[in-house]
Write a protein that binds this ligand. Structure first.
Ligand code: AMP
Length: 459
């Protein structure tokens, strides 16, 4: 759960990266960092907390150069240690580079142990640092089918070699003294997009909402398995894996994670999320007075449900926007409190009504239990809790923060037991087909659904 951003050929590279990271703030709120190159040296600013706090206006003045990358982090691997703030910077025999990563490597522990045995010293607990070491130690020549441009002969073979060794999810931005490099794993788990503005600067970002804020246009997705290099000589694409994998795009990006105003994997999150709500209405017809979204993440599914069912949508829960996402809290006690901080019922909408409450997902059951309790106190007559995705039964190993299997309520309880636990009158989940069809309606194919099915494409 991270966001990455990169820009090249712009004198305000660091400031634009700062803006881009603001737009990607929902992808990680633990820390932020920017690395910038002036063509000779790479400079770095890293900080804890939201982008505004982590990197100040004063910091930006010191980040001079035309190429920059940035990262917002929420830890999935390695824990919330300040040493894990990205981008990571490294200096090695071939010069220097900085790297920022969205995703999660499944063989990081194994590789780390092996590298440590060979004498590598790690300064963080993050899986991204494994990449840094693999790049610095790579020896293999580039694959035979690849013909390298003269600017790419020194560094890119190292990246290709590292890619061959790691397994799992990685959308990377890499900064070299004179190059911006974007890399997406062969399955394409996490999104990564290419954009351009009118003055000829190129951008790379996790979501298109980061292009909007810097006035850039979306050009295309970085393809699964692609390594895209951008420098003074132009853009060059390489595909180090000869045999493409089956695409395994993370469907949870559409369910919850990405911003609804973003285009990712080539389609609009807004449309797909709404279609999930429509499918929910097609699957479960319920006699009720109002549809109430759990803001913000349940809004579009609720809108879709309301349109399809004809039951009016009402904002029966008001969201306090000065509180972060409830899930992104270190302990259960604080998570419990922050649900109350975040949402408050509107008594006039709730009192005496039969409600259809819609959220995008149910993970531990903490949020839904509190909400049901809150709505009962506000006088709800009936509460039908609907979830616009299937039960989450397995942890994600590809970069979405999910708790262990034991903590996932749907891996231990039946739907009826969950209904009883949260205290709703009924509980319904969108079917797996209903969710996948919502995305495939927009000509999509090839999704990773491991958190809902336990079918892991790579382990
Ligand atoms: P829970 O209370 O554990 O059942 O969490 C469900 C709530 O958390 C829902 O409102 C979701 O929108 C939200 N959510 C689901 N997955 C995540 C995640 N990986 N990180 C943060 N929030 C999430």
């Amino acid at each position: 759960m991270c966001g990455v951003f990169g820009v090249i050929n712009n004198k305000d590279a660091a400031a634009l990266t700062h803006l881009g990271l603001h737009a990607l703030q929902h992808r990680g709120q633990e820390s932020a960092g920017i690395a910038v190159s002036d063509g000779y040296d790479i400079n770095l600013k890293l900080g804890e907390g939201l982008v505004t706090k982590a990197i100040t206006a004063e910091d930006l003045k010191e980040l001079k150069g035309d190429i920059a990358i940035g990262h917002v982090r929420y830890s999935t691997a390695g824990g919330s240690n300040p040493k894990n703030i990205q981008p990571f910077y490294a200096h090695f025999y071939g010069g220097s580079f900085a790297i920022a990563h969205n995703g999660n490597l499944v063989n990081a522990d194994q590789l780390r142990k092996q590298l440590e045995k060979e004498g590598a010293i790690f300064r963080s607990t993050s899986d991204t640092e494994v990449f840094v070491h693999l790049i610095a130690r790579a020896k293999e020549p580039p694959p035979a089918h690849i013909i390298l441009h003269k600017n790419d002969t020194d560094f890119l073979p190292l990246v290709f070699d590292a890619m061959k060794k790691v397994k799992g999810a990685y959308s990377l931005v890499i900064l070299r003294e004179k190059q911006l490099i974007a890399v997406r794993d062969p399955y394409g788990f996490r999104p990564l997009l290419l954009g351009k503005n009118r003055s000829g600067s190129y951008f790379v970002a996790s979501e298109s909402c980061a292009f909007d804020i810097v006035d850039a246009e979306y050009l295309r997705d970085i393809k699964p398995g692609e390594v895209l290099v951008i420098d003074d000589s132009g853009l060059r694409s390489y595909f180090p894996f000869e045999h493409p994998e089956k695409a395994e795009k993370c469907i949870f990006e559409y369910v919850y994670f990405a911003r609804p105003d973003s285009l990712i994997f080539g389609d609009w999150v807004y449309e797909i999320r709404k279609e999930m709500g429509r499918n929910l209405a097609r699957e479960y017809k319920i006699d009720a007075d109002v549809v109430v979204p759990v803001l913000d993440s349940g809004l579009l599914a609720a809108k879709g449900y309301s349109e399809e069912s004809g039951i009016p949508l009402e904002i029966g829960l008001i969201r306090n926007h000065y509180v972060g996402r409830s899930f992104i809290q270190p302990s259960q006690e604080i998570r419990d409190l922050s649900v109350k901080l975040k949402l408050n019922p509107v008594h006039q909408v709730i009192n005496g009504k039969r409600l259809i409450v819609i959220d995008d997902s149910l993970v531990r059951g903490t949020t839904s239990k509190k909400i049901v309790n809150m709505l009962r106190k506000a006088g709800a007559k009936e509460i039908h809790f609907l979830i616009s995705s299937p039960p989450v039964i397995s942890p994600c190993y590809y970069g979405i923060d999910t708790p262990t299997k034991e903590e996932l309520i749907a891996s231990n309880k039946t739907i009826e037991e969950i209904r009883d636990y949260i205290g709703a009158d009924s509980l319904h989940y969108l079917s797996l087909e209903g969710m996948i069809n919502a995305a495939n309606k927009y000509k999509q194919k090839g999704f990773c659904t491991a958190c809902f099915t336990g079918n892991y494409p790579v382990l």
